[in-house]
Structure formats: structure tokens, C-alpha cells
Design a protein around this ligand. Sequence first.
Ligand SMILES: Cc1cc2nc3c(=O)[nH]c(=O)nc-3n(C[C@H](O)[C@H](O)[C@H](O)COP(=O)(O)OP(=O)(O)OC[C@H]3O[C@@H](n4cnc5c(N)ncnc54)[C@H](O)[C@@H]3O)c2cc1C
Length: 384
Amino acid sequence: MQIEEHVPLASLTTFGIGGEARYFVRVRTVEGLRESLDFLRPGSGQGAQNKNAPVYILGGGSNTLVPDSGFEGLVIKIEIAGIEIQEERYKKGEDSVSNAKTETEENKTLVVVGAGESWDGLVQYAVEHGLWGLENLSGIPGTVGGAAWGNIGAYGASASQSVAWVEAYDRVQRELVRLDASLCAFGYRDSFFKQRASRYIITRVAFALSRVAQPNLVYKDLALRFATAQQSKITEQKTTSEVEVTIEQETEPTLANIRDAVLAIRREKFPDLAIEGTAGSFFKNPIVSKEVAAALVAKYPHMPTFALPEAAGVKIPLAWLLDQVLQLRGFSVGGARLFEHQPLVLVASRGASSADVRTLASEVQQKVSDAFGIRLEKEVQEMR
Ligand SMILES: Cc1cc2nc3c(=O)[nH]c(=O)nc-3n(C[C@H](O)[C@H](O)[C@H](O)COP(=O)(O)OP(=O)(O)OC[C@H]3O[C@@H](n4cnc5c(N)ncnc54)[C@H](O)[C@@H]3O)c2cc1C
């Protein structure tokens, strides 16, 4: 374990902006994690002079905004590695209290993954090994730990649907704990660990994946891709059999094809990270009561709404409000702006500061509050 000082953080986040960490350490083992935390323990003798300095756990930095002034504490970057297929015939739910046969009791493959592994690397691994469950979440940046912490979701799937258990380091008890998925309080971009961020650090996550094909095409854009492709297959069939074979291979909703389709859709919705910075959706979609949703629909009859199984209430598509009602596509403050292709995505162009991002976010929050009486919650985490 090597604690470094005054480490620039911009290149360790997808926003690509912000200052430096007073202290910084890369952690590859649980033992290394424990030692790093000791650096700030009162009575440990060595280590930081300010024992009350804050700690920030960093994964891939794809949901983190670093202040321009940096972070006067210890940044612990989780790099715990490893992907291991542990059980080929794992039964999800077998260690639950009831032994009654349930739908979830089908045979699953248990894949145990270090929290520092790349999320998309894991999805690719699962696809290559014929394991179903993660493919709709292709292309999301960040680590496996970050994905479980924030319960990532996209295209009709969320990480929690495949998690079997999460292992975390408890900073109070100074020991590892393992929580079955049913105890992880997963919700819309939420988890037990997010609610207790100062106490638990995720070290490993186990996923229960399926060898049985189960394409999830509930998301309209995705379903449409395969439906359109099937349609063109039928049309081409009439002309030449050679074309028929080529297209057929591309149109079946196989694991690889679903991954490719999701990656293609995502390329249209997010900026190229090599050119501009972002942390994806800056705000959570607001969840409102049925009454508030009904009032909004009465005023804006074309606004789509989504009943949310993971939370009470109705999810309102913020991008629709920002775009169709407030017409904020491209709205900017300094070097920060709402992305033209998806206004929920806040982009930092070269030369932008974290202050630009913050000011833009506050202005959007204010406009949404004024227009709809809705208080927006940030999805992106500010390092502090
Ligand atoms: C282009 C782009 C597209 C995106 N698309 C999506 C999307 O479709 N769906 C979606 O849900 N998200 C999306 N995101 C957001 C982001 O990728 C996810 O939130 C991701 O899971 C963050 O993981 P990370 O490792 O980068 O977290 P970081 O940014 O490093 O950290 C985020 C938070 O998680 C905590 N954390 C991270 N690792 C651990 C750990 N091991 N233990 C405890 N706490 C931890 C941190 O302390 C911090 O509070 C997108 C981001 C970008 C840049």
C-alpha cells in the first residue's frame, strides 16, 4: 500500500475535470483497504495529520464530480480484481428462509467478481461465456462495485436483477460482511450501501446468471431494432438467398447481438468520452405520486410515464420535460451544457470547470422547480 500526496484526479473521472486529492491510494486487496483506512485512524501514530479528514471511495470515476479545489482527504481507488465462475448450478434463493420452490429457483451460474473490475468488461465476459442477465447493461462505464452501489440500469434491466450477494468491508466493525441480494435494499439507483456510504465499502459482488436464453426486449428502442431487422430479413428473403443468410445471423436476439444493439443505441445517446467529459445522466428521473403524475399528464398529454416496480409512485422522464417543455437541449453555462442528443446528460467540454457544471445543474434544478414544482435529485456524486 502506497499513499500518494497531491494526486490530480481529473483523468481518473469521466468528467475529466476538477482538482487533486490531498492523499490517494490504489487498493487491490481487502488487507490493503484495511491498511489504507488505518492511515486516518486516531491513535495510529503514522498517517495523515488530520485524522478527521474525509474518505472518498473511487471506482471508475464515471459518476463522480471532483471540485475545482480538489479533495482535502483520502481518495481510495478500488482496484480489487478477479472474475470467477464459482458454481455452474447455483440455485438463486436456496439460502432464503423458505425452501419452497419459487420461480427464482432455476439453475443459475454464480459469477463472483472483484469490485474493481470494469463493469463492461464483466458484461463482455458474460456474453462470451454464454451467460444471460447483464447484456442489456452493455457499455455502462465504471466498476462492478460502483454498479452495485448505485444499482445501475438501462434498457429495461438493472444490476440488482442479477446480483446474488454483495460482500463489503464494514468500517465500524472492521470486518467483511456478506449480504444476500434480498438484504441489499436495491431500488431505483439506490442500495443499502449507498444509504450507508460512510460505513460500507464493496469488495466483491456475486451475480446469478442464466445459461438459458432469455432475451429482454422490453425497452422499445431495443425491441424495434430486432423487429426492424426481422422485417428487412423477410423482404430480402424474396430477392436473394445469399443476403438472407447474412441478415439472419445479425437479427436473432442472441447475447452478442443484443450487446451490439445496445452499444449501437448508446453511441447515439452519449458524447464520445475521448472528446468531451460527462458522467451520464446528471439527475435521477423524478418519482412523483400518482396524483402529481396525473396532473402533469393532464397538462402535457403526450408525456410518457412509467410505473416503477422498485419504488412507489410514477417515474417521470426528465429528458422529455427538459426537451419538450423547457426546450433546454444545448442549454449551457461556461463550458458545461446539456447534451444535444439527450438533455439529461450533462457534458463538460474542454476547458470547463466543476463550477460550470454545478452552476448549470443548479439552474436546471431551479427551472424544473419553477415550471413543475419538482425537486430534482442528483445522480452524480460530488466528492466532498
Ligand atoms: C457515458 C456514460 C454513460 C452512463 N450510462 C449509465 C446508464 O446507462 N445507467 C446507469 O445507471 N448509469 C450510467 N452511467 C453512470 C455510471 O457509469 C454508473 O453510475 C457507474 O456504476 C459508476 O461506477 P464507478 O465505478 O465509475 O463509480 P464512481 O464514479 O467511482 O463512484 C460513484 C459512487 O459510488 C461509490 N462507489 C464506487 N465504488 C464503490 C465501492 N467499491 N464501494 C463503495 N462505494 C463505491 C463512490 O464512493 C461514489 O459515491 C453512465 C456514465 C457515463 C459517463
